[in-house]
Ligand binder design. Sequence first.
Ligand SMILES: [Zn+2]
Length: 371
Amino acid sequence: MVTGDNSQVVPTENVCVAEEPRILCVIRDMIDPNAAGSRQTINLPASSSIGDVIDEISKSTRYIASSINIKYNKHVAAEMEEISLYTCANQKLSDICMLGTRRHEFTVVEKEDTLPQKLSEIPPAPDPPSYDSVASTSSSYISGSTATNDTVSTYPDSGYTYASIMLKSETGYVGLVNQAMTCYLNSLIQTLYMTPEFRNALYRWEFDGSEDEAFKSIPYQLQKLFLQLQTSKKRAVETTELTRSFGWDSSEVWQQHDVQELCRVMFDALESKWRNTDQANLINHLYQGKMKDYVKCLECKNESARVDAYLDIPLVIRPFGSQTTYVSVEEAIDAFVHPEILNDTNQYFCEKCNKNVMPIRDLNLRRSPTS
Ligand SMILES: [Zn+2]
């Protein structure tokens, strides 16, 4: 597909975060060892940061993370070494645990100078969470002693904690904040992000302009957003810098734009940056298909056809006048290519019959993208 640089930042095979190696962690609460639930197990991805592990253990044991110490009991041969998680918060779980060992034991113990505190059961109603104010840097999140962990509390009647709302979803994927009416933009970005060939291509491109140009560069802002989607510890990230690069002010995010038009604007910006590079043809390669649009005379079967290239096809969700929606993309595509008999107002002059006729119009998808 793309020649030259073969480095694949994102595997092009189907990759699911859930399929990565996981580590079975046994948590023992040594502060209250006889309490119900003093021994629990959690199954975490091997790539979890120790900061994530601290947060998970805090949630499952209901202790405020900064008020306890958590130790990993590392068995090497007949020796056991205790490692405090707070001393290696910047590492990954797989750095301290040996993969292949069936289970790993963590103990929750008292801190020398602090009394262990439980997360409050009936907290005051919290302020609405702000996506900017919490966990904005990895260090404040990892340290376990900042507002992020101290203010973990339960929303009344919901069972949700701040942590479960603010921190990355257990699926490993990061969401996009809806600025106002930008859900169509978010769907488009997530779709492009989940196309490994597209994501790799965007990562391979290097921005070489000034700071001022970076502000207005759609490809640069999209690249930055993809990186956030891949590495952020937040549950969702903002799209404001990207929409600013479109030249939109805040009133425009309140307008419903056309997703098809937006997709073209983005593809045009990328194509102009990728011109004369080995990625010049990437958008067409990934997304362009061809369709034959033809009109056929029902009397003599003579047809007049034209082949058009497309980058997207508009599919109907609920046919005009119908109460029910199509149930699948396949069904909507079937409807899209279903021949229609044109009515009186669309009469067409058949040269063979030498008269106006009522034709049948049909679309035929000649080539689907990447085939
Ligand atoms: Zn005819």
